[in-house]
Design a protein. Sequence first.
Lengths: 110, 111
Amino acid sequence: KNEVEQSPQNLTAQEGEFITINCSYSVGISALHWLQQHPGGGIVSLFMLSSGKKKHGRLIATINIQEKHSSLHITASHPRDSAVYICAVRREDTGNQFYFGTGTSLTVIP
Amino acid sequence: EPEVTQTPSHQVTQMGQEVILRCVPISNHLYFYWYRQILGQKVEFLVSFYNNEISEKSEIFDDQFSVERPDGSNFTLKIRSTKLEDSAMYFCATTGVYEQYFGPGTRLTVT
């Protein structure tokens, strides 16, 4: 059973396009984490949020707690944005344990 | 910028051998985690560690696994008798105020 579902699974975009990656979850959460995993395997934290919206550079993350849904947006996409984007949630009933989605593989073509 | 480091970057071991994976957390962080990612699969939680003891562990974290902080800086994951299915990337992570910081990972290959 997957507590966290991401869509799409794979995404190809032209450079400059606006990109949206979605994350839905089925449990009550205390926080949601967006991560970026590079082809070499390293994982970088992008955002941790529990409500509203956060912005960092060309990246925007939003969360709707009532609808149990979060989105990650990339504006003016660039080939260096090509990576796997992972959504992870911290369940409100299990302390600090995070549950991960399977990731969205993004390829941005020049 | 502070970072989590892990050693080794790649370890090859024979089935049945013990391995120890090492992590140096960010110094003022209090929560430490181990995750694993089998090739092509999602990241899975193994264990969290706080105040020198395990705070949570998953079903994966059975008696073959142990964690400790032997010297107040390093944070280790030991697998006592490795199996083929333990082959994976193992990530250490630590939590600051808002975010988790991940180490670069150790790729464990069990032959």
